[in-house]
Design a binder for this molecule. Structure first.
Ligand code: X8Z
Ligand code: ZN
Length: 447
């Protein structure tokens, strides 16, 4: 009911405005010599093959997504019953623990492979230890400075809003702001003391670190190498922060917690719910808008097209009947606020490339040494890794992004192989598990 009301009250109300907005936005893009707003957005990636590249990455990730989807569906069926979660069908979107079914970390307890074994949801421990939003930000800053990266200036602490102000209406979607005067950088986040928000804190602090590193460049270069880079910085560090090793080091996990195979699978599954589950969502957010802006989808099919993509790519369906009186895409912040979204798809690929390279630089990962798997690497306090990252961040947008990528990874293209490497043990486990459960992979699309 809560999800239904949210969609009515947010997206539903902007349907007519959106149609007008598309028209005006396209007009502005055409004045700038782009065919439509979708094409205008893509200029940021400086590549003629960008859409094909994204599709190629998706095809690499898709088989793994299908395995995760099948496993989660089987576990949800165990919990809710065959009538609610039928075999061979898309998953009802409201069962995935997130308003938009974009990441599924909140149902980790329902689907965790080895219940009772180590879990990385340290929320209870954070609460027990009296964590506050302030402490979460201080710890994140300390992680950056431990790598030799920059501290935030006093203006950051006095100007930021890190908790929801009582009695005040706020846009609570977290954001980071560069005031472009070299000293005023702020975050606005209605932070809650949870592991999920601890990740968001690092994400936002990644934006701030980028702002700080390029603050002395000419204004036009004060930006990410491309928008995906800006989104990836904090997430790459958060992958290090969430390792069992690091959680032990900062006292959020008991030092004696074992890291055996079962704990590893639990860990990778929890991470997959946040990372792998997200790809098809990130893809359709802009696939939908590319189709809307270029006119191939008309306003009479806005919501229908949205759910068609939701089903085709994510394998989910709405639990209640939808119609063209609804406008479900508008219930997502980035559509209402008109923020391009493929940046997050890019980010979720390249953050694993960054993570892997920083790990290798820190001597924390060797692809040929099986006793040192990628997902266990923590580059906390490693100045060499910090210097590498800094070299890229300090370029801002002054160089083409492949060059910025080369500064960290030695590679000059997006590549999902670091991602596959990270999750390899889980991929093997999921394939075997789905066979054992007799869970067919994929879904029928005739609904
Ligand atoms: O919007 C965000 C950040 C701010 S740039 C909190 N993210 C996307 C979302 O919440 O939909 C981070 C990951 C995806
Ligand atoms: Zn962001």
């Amino acid at each position: 009911m809560f999800l239904k009301r949210w969609h009515e009250q947010s997206g539903g109300k902007m349907r007519d405005h959106y149609e007008k907005f598309v028209e005006l936005s396209n007009e502005a893009s055409r004045m700038n010599n782009f065919s439509d707003t979708g094409a205008y957005w893509l200029r940021n990636y400086e590549s003629d093959t960008f859409k094909e590249d994204i599709e190629g990455l998706w095809q690499t990730i898709r088989p793994f997504y299908l395995q995760l989807h099948a496993y989660v569906r089987a576990k949800l069926r165990d919990h809710y019953g065959e009538d609610k979660v039928p075999k061979n069908q898309p998953i009802p979107a409201h069962l995935l623990g997130n308003m938009w079914a974009q990441t599924w970390g909140n149902i980790d307890d329902l689907v965790t492979p080895y219940p009772g074994k180590t879990s990385i949801d340290v929320t209870p421990e954070m609460l027990k230890q009296g964590y506050t939003p302030k402490k979460m930000f201080e710890m994140s800053e300390e992680f950056f400075t431990s790598m030799g990266l920059l501290p935030t200036p006093p203006e950051f602490w006095s100007g930021s809003i890190i908790e929801k102000l009582a009695g005040k209406e706020m846009v609570c979607h977290a954001s980071a702001w560069d005031f472009c005067n070299g000293k005023d950088f702020r975050i606005k986040q209605c932070t809650k003391v949870t592991m999920e928000d601890f990740n968001v804190v690092h994400h936002e602090m990644g934006h701030i670190q980028y702002f700080l590193q390029y603050k002395n460049l000419p204004l036009v270069y004060r930006d990410g190498a491309n928008s995906g880079f800006h989104e990836a910085v904090g997430d790459s560090l958060a992958l290090s922060v969430q390792t069992l090793k690091h959680l032990k080091e900062i006292g959020l996990l008991d030092k004696s917690t074992p890291q055996d195979h079962e704990a590893t699978i639990n860990y990778l599954l929890a991470t997959a719910l946040k990372k792998i589950a997200f790809f098809p969502f990130a893809y359709i957010m802009d696939k939908w808008r590319w189709d809307v802006f270029d006119g191939s989808v008309k306003s009479t099919d806005y919501n229908g097209h949205w759910w068609k993509l939701r089903e085709k790519y994510q394998g989910i369906r709405s639990p209640v009947t939808r119609s063209e009186n609804d406008f479900d895409p508008g219930a997502k912040y980035h559509i209402a606020a008109n923020v391009e979204y493929i940046r997050y798809f890019v980010s979720f690929v390249i953050q694993f490339q960054f993570y892997k390279s920083l790990c290798m630089t820190a001597g924390q990962y060797d692809p040929h040494n099986r006793s040192q798997p990628l997902h266990e690497c923590d580059f906390y306090r490693n100045k060499e890794a910090g210097a590498k990252l800094r070299a890229m961040l300090a370029m801002g947008a002054s160089r083409p992004w492949p060059e910025a990528m080369r500064a960290v990874t030695g590679q000059d293209r997006m590549d999902a192989s670091a991602f596959r490497e990270y999750f390899k043990p889980l991929e093997v486990w999921l394939i075997a598990k789905n066979k054992e459960l007799g869970e067919p992979v994929g879904w029928d699309s005739d609904q």
